[in-house]
Design a protein around this ligand. Sequence first.
Ligand SMILES: [Zn+2]
Length: 201
Amino acid sequence: MTRSVAGPEIERLIQLLAKLPGLGPRSARRAALHLINKKDELLVPLAKAMDLAGERIVICSTCGNVDTSDPCLICTDPRRDGTTIVVVEEVADLWALERATAINARYHVLGGVLSPLDGIGPDDIGIAGLVRRVAEGGISEVIIAVNATVEGQTTAHYITDQIGGGDVRISRLAHGVPVGGELDYLDEGTLAAAIRSRTPF
Ligand SMILES: [Zn+2]
């Protein structure tokens, strides 16, 4: 058993910090000490911000995004193109696409992907909500921006089966050479996909 170096309040802080992604017990202790040393500038405001966020966070009933209002800011933003829906697996993917400022559309967060081996079927992720949104009309394109994994692609095919056949254009992200990438360093699967999805100059 390890010996406690501080009172239970501080030990609890370290234990909770150690549960954060990327932090182990050692870096959690360092983070806790940093917070304690910056009590007024960091520890107290952070605790207040977390308390407030914990109280107000809701899942958007339209798109599955996290926000403090339902519908979320993205769903209610009139400057966004409401005719295009970008389908993503997780909120982290939505944030990543927003950081890239590549598209000014609406989203649909599935909250996972189909994975029969793990017992995750269509009813376990937000596919029904997407089908409903498309059926309500006013959507001209659905961009399936799921991960380039086997489960992601299975999910993309399933979604295409569910919403295809009408006037809605269904597209998916290109697979291939990353920006700044060198061909010699790419795996064969990525190179083959890049050749298959080549674009005219
Ligand atoms: Zn929303």
